[in-house]
Design a binder for this molecule. Structure first.
Ligand code: IMP
Ligand code: MG
Length: 233
């Protein structure tokens, strides 16, 4: 698959940085890319046919994850009330399963001592009717008490999941709590929901790849792409 790639980043609100390719990618696909800008994104497989267009190619993601590692290290390096003990480091808490690929790349760009804890959250409907409120099952493994905890998630959409995880961590008494998401859908989550690090702001689209799934598929698609709408109906 060949797509347009642009190299100069542009800053958006809240410190999020998106490559020009990202903002324009929402309206571009490989066939619209001019020939000299088109790059081979290095994937030809059975999932290509299901992807309407690539929103963020793997190289764009790699560069941004590298920057995020530096941003995170800088914030934790700032002197402050809860200054990080250099040897004790931070505890990263990925929300399973969507964040695993992002996590694997991010921790190798993080010049900090680090431990891992894991949280899994799933919602399931009430027993009898759909109108009953959804219930949530949360499992947290690993020690977060007294630790500087950084929650890592794949995407912030409606913002229903994240506060549940943040509250669960707070109840366990961390030294500090911050949150990093790779993607945030513009204008979806309540503004008061605090996220410290954002990789990319994207439009309200259903995306897959780089850990994000539809029906547990497409997590291994190396780019982040928009799934064809007819596959979701
Ligand atoms: P929330 O709506 O912010 O609570 O998002 C909950 C979870 O839904 C995210 O962590 C993702 O796992 C999943 N999700 C939301 N939007 C997408 C998407 O566009 N693609 C794949 N998964 C998504
Ligand atoms: Mg998730």
């Amino acid at each position: 698959m060949r797509i347009a790639r642009h190299t100069s980043p542009v800053s958006l609100a809240d410190g999020a940085v998106v490559s020009e390719g990202t903002s324009q990618a929402t309206g571009r696909c490989s066939t619209q890319a001019s020939r000299d800008q088109a790059v081979d994104v290095g994937y030809n497989g059975p999932m290509d046919a299901d992807i309407e267009r690539v929103l963020l190619d793997r190289e764009t993601i790699r560069r941004r994850v590298q920057e995020l590692g530096r941003e995170i290290a800088q914030v934790y390096g700032n002197p402050g009330e809860n200054r990080l003990d250099e040897r004790a480091g931070v505890t990263l808490l990925p929300i399973l399963s969507g964040s695993i690929i992002f996590l694997a790349d991010l921790i190798r760009e993080l010049p900090l001592m680090m431990k891992l804890a894991f949280v899994h959250i799933s919602s399931y409907p009430g027993r009898s009717t759909e109108s009953q409120p959804h219930r949530t099952l949360l499992e947290l493994t690993g020690d977060v008490a007294g630790r500087h905890v950084l929650i890592v998630d794949d995407i912030l959409d409606s913002g229903r999941t994240l506060p549940i995880v943040q509250d669960a961590v707070r109840q366990r008494g961390p030294a500090s709590l911050r949150t990093c998401v790779l993607l945030r859908k513009r204008g979806k989550a309540p503004a008061k929901l605090k996220v410290d690090f954002v990789g990319f702001e994207i439009d309200d689209l259903f995306v897959v790849g780089y850990g994000l799934d539809f029906d547990d598929l497409y997590r291994n698609y190396p780019h982040i792409g928009v799934l064809r709408a007819e596959l979701m109906s």
